[in-house]
Ligand binder design. Structure first.
Ligand code: ES4
Ligand code: ZN
Length: 324
């Protein structure tokens, strides 16, 4: 099983590029940009990555992102992630980025885009890894701020396939961004949203009905609402589940308590993803292995997670066919 998982061709649909910032690169960039970090060493940073819930993680994640200043920083960040994709047999990846985390600090939208896009182009050329970019609005910020960010994205439609919603779920329901998503959909962006990570199952229903999402990010709280689980199976709404993330943020106490295998066996389009691998202790292969270790799953079931990800990706059908 272990070697089967290592070489299994994978597709990642839920990774925040800022969440791939390893402490080693964080220290390198802090030095390059003359930015002080609240950690004495790489080891101290890793030791500080102990979270009790989503917010306790987000505080650390936004702090780390401050070292990202120049186009080259965003290139280095993205390139390092793509090299990890190569190791993990990730053939295609759909990457979230949080422009507001950077524009709020005075880093230009253009700087963020240019660095990421250049690395993704190199990834296609040199590593044969295909990719798409999804812009996430920070849901703890205002609707107005999201509209401003969407306006900036309009000149990059060639490079941004969709928009999403991340950051603090509690107190910031999908409804808050209904009008922003309407405008994004009208402009031709696909939509996704983090929903039912630590927020209620109703957020999943509302993301589908109000934000017209093509996928639900996380979605594991659907189990609170058995009728919703059946509907998700009926409409084959993809869930981008992040097993190690859910353990680190205490959505589930132990991997054996996770519901992704139950949901898979119930016929849902479940996928496995890494979320913020530098903070949660593992990339794609680590997430697949953690699931296989905790459950009596077959190789066919593990392969189904990959098949679902191909189907749920935003690639055109011809490109999907090549991955199968
Ligand atoms: C995130 Cl795990 C998670 N949830 C919500 N927003 C996020 N941004 C980065 N990681
Ligand atoms: Zn996420």
């Amino acid at each position: 099983m272990e070697s089967f998982i290592r070489t299994l061709p994978k597709v990642e649909l839920h990774v925040h590029i800022e969440g791939t910032l390893e402490p080693e690169l964080m220290f390198q960039l802090a030095q390059r940009n003359q930015i002080a970090l609240p950690y004495d060493s790489v080891e101290a940073a890793r030791k500080a990555y102990q979270f009790t819930d989503l917010q306790s993680f987000l505080d650390v994640y936004y702090l780390g992102a401050q070292v990202l200043q120049t186009e080259q920083d965003f290139y280095d960040l993205t390139w390092a992630y793509l090299l990890r994709c190569q190791q993990d047999h990730v053939m295609h990846t759909e990457i979230f980025f949080d422009p507001q985390t950077h524009t709020q600090r005075g880093v230009a939208f253009q700087t963020v885009m240019a660095g990421i896009i250049r690395a993704l182009a190199d990834g296609e050329q040199k590593l044969e890894i295909s990719s798409r970019l999804i812009l996430c609005f920070l849901r703890h910020l205002s609707e107005e701020a999201a509209f401003e960010t969407l306006a900036q994205a309009m000149s990059y439609q060639e490079y941004i396939v969709g928009v999403g919603l991340d950051s603090s779920e509690k107190g910031h329901p999908p409804e808050k961004f209904r009008r922003v998503f309407e405008q994004a959909l009208h402009a031709g962006f696909l939509t996704v949203a983090h929903a039912g990570e630590e927020g209620p199952a109703s957020n999943i229903r509302d993301a589908i009905s109000m934000l017209r999402v093509s996928r639900i990010d996380h979605g594991v709280q659907c189990s609170q609402d058995p009728e919703l689980v059946q509907e998700l199976a009926d409409i084959q709404m993809p869930l981008t589940v992040c097993p190690l993330s859910n353990i680190k943020l205490r959505v589930f106490e132990r991997m054996a308590d996770h519901n992704l295998v139950d949901l898979l066996r119930h016929g849902l389009c479940v996928t496995i993803n890494s979320d913020d691998p530098a903070y949660f202790g593992g990339y794609m292969t680590d997430n697949f292995l953690a699931v296989a270790h905790a459950f009596a799953v077959t190789k066919e079931e593990m392969a189904a997670f990959s098949a679902h990800a191909i189907r749920a990706s935003f690639l055109p059908d011809e490109e999907k066919a090549k991955l199968q």
